[in-house]
Design a protein around this ligand. Structure first.
Ligand code: PBG
Length: 325
């Protein structure tokens, strides 16, 4: 149909009619809120590069989970910052670790809140890499054993979903097998399947104190120039037992989100990472952009591209907006 018979503006005349034909809607139900759990008691240490985000002690993390749950957000993802770091990241798989403590405490207080745990070693190793370093690089297969231990300790503590973010080859299969052998066949895996080596993780590394002490993560995280490779990564993770596949970062990788959703038809998560959050917060604080408007525009774009769920530091802001708070 051509103009003047078809006039697209007819359906844009007012908000009611726009709502009627809106193709993509955001809901707090599709968000996952990241929480950084660290040492101490009643402690909240603000992350300077992420306004509104703090590193929390276990008790404060539980209080944060209460708030998240009350806002109608169904899930949190926990990141741990240990007291003590060493070459093998032993705190990552200690039953007394802050994440393990937080899982138990949250599951006891708010059993309905879904607890997802990030499985990686970079926050726990003194060198800041995501695995065991041998000859100046991260050794894949010896790292798998530690990741399996970490995943099992999270599952034992009561985690609902395990999210490996290390980008080692074969980790989803190794974790799935270990979970099944230990009676955790109902524990789901959300794989950071297409995770790119990205400058957008900068503020997170301040929050998690996980900047690599030498080199970078390019020998295990993906090259941002590659898209076909992302499909191979996702396919591998699905074959190894991933229930949900993630693309990370989100904003600069919407083509990947779209292609993954279209090709596999699997539940797709997109991680709206720290740098994406901080850029919007910073420009908003300067008065250069309308923070709330840009936030919603970016998040709806991520969903429109094909993400079923979004991990975002904006989750509480979005939920508050929906509740009119
Ligand atoms: C751990 C991990 C990182 C993020 C999530 N899990 C950092 C990294 O890979 O350097 C980044 C999240 C964010 O930037 O918000 N490997």
């Amino acid at each position: 149909m051509d103009y003047p018979t078809y006039r697209p503006r007819r359906l844009r005349r007012n908000e009611r009619i726009r709502e009627l034909v809106r193709e993509t809607t955001l809901s707090p139900k599709n968000f996952i809120y990241p929480i950084f759990v660290g040492p101490g008691k009643n402690r909240a240490q603000p992350v300077s590069s992420m306004p509104g985000v703090s590193q929390l002690s276990v008790d404060r993390a539980v209080a944060e989970c209460d708030e998240v749950n009350a806002l109608g957000i169904p899930a949190v993802i926990l990141f741990g910052i240990p007291d003590h770091k060493d070459p093998l990241g032993t705190e990552a798989y200690a039953d007394t670790g802050f994440v393990q403590q937080a899982i138990r405490a949250v599951k006891e207080k708010i059993p309905e809140l879904l607890v997802i745990t990030d499985v990686c070693l970079c926050e726990y190793t003194d060198h800041g890499h995501c695995g065991v370093v041998k000859n100046g690089d991260v050794d894949n297969d010896s790292t798998l054993e530690l990741l399996v231990k970490e995943a099992l300790s999270h599952a034992h503590a009561g985690a609902d979903i395990i999210a490996p973010s290390d980008m080692m080859d074969g980790r989803v299969g190794a974790i799935r097998k270990a979970l099944d052998q230990n009676g955790f066949e109902q524990t789901a895996i959300m794989a950071y399947a297409a995770k790119y080596a990205s400058g957008f993780y900068g503020p997170f590394r301040e929050a998690a104190e996980s900047t690599p002490q030498f080199g970078d993560r390019r020998s295990y995280q993906m090259d941002s120039a590659n898209a076909d490779e992302a499909l191979r990564e996702v396919e591998l993770d699905i074959r190894e037992g991933a229930d949900i596949v993630m693309v990370k970062p989100a904003m600069a990788y919407l083509d990947i989100v779209y292609r993954v959703k279209t090709k596999f038809g699997y539940p797709v998560a997109a991680y709206n990472v720290s740098g994406e959050y901080s850029m919007i917060k910073a420009a908003g604080q300067k008065g250069w952009i309308d923070e709330q408007r840009i936030m919603l525009e970016v998040l709806v774009a991520i969903k429109r591209a094909g993400a079923d769920m979004i991990l975002s530091y904006f989750a509480k802001d979005v939920a508050r907006l929906f509740m009119g708070k």
